[in-house]
Ligand binder design. Sequence first.
Ligand code: GLN
Ligand code: ZN
Length: 755
Amino acid sequence: MDYTIVGFPRLGEQRELKRATESYWKGDISREQFLDDVKEQQVKQWKEQMKRGLKQIPVGDFSLYDMVLDAAFLIGAVPKKYKELKLNPVDIYFAAARGYQGKEGDVKALTMKKWFNTNYHYMVPELDDDNQFALNFGRLSESIILAKDNGFNVRPVVIGPFTFLKLCRIKGSRVFEEYVTEVTSVYKDLIQKIGDIHDGWIQFDEPYLVRDLTADDVSVFVKIYTELLADKKNKVLLQTYFGDVRDCYKEIISLPFDGIGLDFVEGKKTAELIEKNGFPEEKLLFAGIVNGKNVWRSDYSEKLKILDEVKKKTKNIVLSTSCSLLHVPYTIAHETKLGEEVTSQFAFAYEKIEELLELAKLSTLDSYDGEKEYIKNRTICDKRVLRTEKSVQERVDALSDSDFHRMEPRKERQELQRKVLSQGLLPTTTIGSFPQTAEVKQNRSRFRKGEITKEEYDARVNEFIKQCIDFQDKIGLDVLVHGEFERNDMVEYFGENLSGFVFTENAWVQSYGTRGLKPPIVFGDIKREKPFTVAYIKYANSLTSKDVKGMLTGPVTILNWSFPREDISIKETMYQIALALQDEVLDLEKAGVRIIQIDEAALREKLPLRRDDWYEDYLDFAIPAFRLTNSKVKPETQIHTHMCYSEFEDIIPAIDDMDADVITFEASRSQLTILDSLKKNNFETEVGPGVYDIHSPRVPGVEEIKMAIRQMLEKIPKENLWINPDCGLKTRGNEETEKSLINLVQAAKEIRAEV
Ligand code: GLN
Ligand code: ZN
């Protein structure tokens, strides 16, 4: 049996692409040098793939910044403002990706958006009226030729026209249908041109097909591909991922594709679709059975069972990954500190190709039980029972309904809290972090390197806390924060202080452009060994007569920004984390902390792509997991939460159901609409929609903030409104932060006098 992959990471094993790109941006290396580095990196990756037996190598998945942006440039869907910059093509591309400011012009970047249900972010292409589509085959053809010249058998990969169009933002007056015709014709041109230099397969990625599709969507899809596939010379693979194609399976198998790539990991109905509708004899099934999104070794027995079923319907199978390997790190080989027992459990990109090789071999045998690859895999998977914290599992099993609810109704709690905490109208607060200055970072890095002791480190953190509290006191904020100077990152810090997570040295995954993240991995049962935030918060509270919020990251966010286990449900892991946090919450309360904020910045991240699955597969346990963290606190303890993107209009009832007393969120971009929906839904949680944008160094004036507050007061009862910036201040500098907060307090004071 043959095997392949959907796509590969590109940051570089040692983040070579990141380094080269950033050096180029800084002007440290020339464009020629940069493009040479890129070529070298591409060839190196292809070699590694070939070394592991891939006969056909995807080409075109290697992007300088983002694959959707690549597709936009490939077909000429680029706004004039970029095209017109008097810059060379590479710099025009980067201008669209990151904005450009110079003598040639001043343009903002395209917007960035989450790529389906992953932590990768793509650039949203814009279509305006004067857009002139035209094939711009240069970069892709260079890659194809480069690969061919180096002796690789290639399969060009491009984001398909349907997904591309669905992801675009239409800015002009023309309607979607008009673009369909034009875009299809450029793609048609593309197929021809590829055919001129290449006679094998072409892959079109169409992940949008796994979303809920309307009948119109399906007919657009059919129309596009009927046109595209007519008199093609090459073989065409339709690649889908991140779910199943239940809304268009029949159409897909009726179209003249030569291969169809389906996701057997996230596609709940993939197997069933094949079972019920069959699979056409003349086509190849690219069966995505190795998980492209997680880092655990595959369980071969489970994978082979799936294959056995599929084989009853078709024999023409190519094994593949469930999606591009973009979402996992390169190789476990660079992890030197974790030890064999841990690393043997993981398969990153290279190791996943090796798994495909072994699975391909095993799946052709009548019986595989005695094969050495199979036995080795069994041993590894059996060791997963490593999750030894029985007490944690028992605690989760023993949970009952009452564990998920605070006893008193929210309205009563809120009244009581305002009284006990002496909170007047329009209380002011911030989201948690204060600027992570060079001194703050240096303190942490000196401690990590062993240059200072824990005592010295903490003493310095306490100095930062004291300055921070003094400042907030001085300018008259109502509810204070300690500033988070002991935290590198809101998830990593919690992972490090709870047992059950492992951390890698080099397992970078691209988040966007040159930015990589190293997500913690949930390895065993999760438990809190001892309090870890209490001392800092207690100290901060001792410095002022005002309340300082306890500050925690919530269970949903911790899990969503980690690699989860595959053999334990997300629900169970979230509950484990929630219980660990519950211990911390109760210790904070015991230490006299009267307000506790539990951030759920990433609440929406794993919301299923299909609406039907929203509650059952996610919200029905994610929301309770949050409640579990604070269900046991006293009614007068005020629970806050914070969410980053106000992209939650469609799940407002679920947010209210978190039963927090106060929520703060980012609103500067979609302020008005979100306020309307809060009102319409009778939102009960008190709210602090951010009154200014912290993602920019700009200092908002008093009048500007007052205007924002007035707008909010039109939609939100004054008793329910809080005044705060829209997110944490850690990326800002001290100077602008101080000025902005002084203005915020002043604005709140003046508005209070008005109402
Ligand atoms: N409390 C965190 C902070 O202020 C929240 C960060 C976030 O929302 N991403 O930094
Ligand atoms: Zn935020």
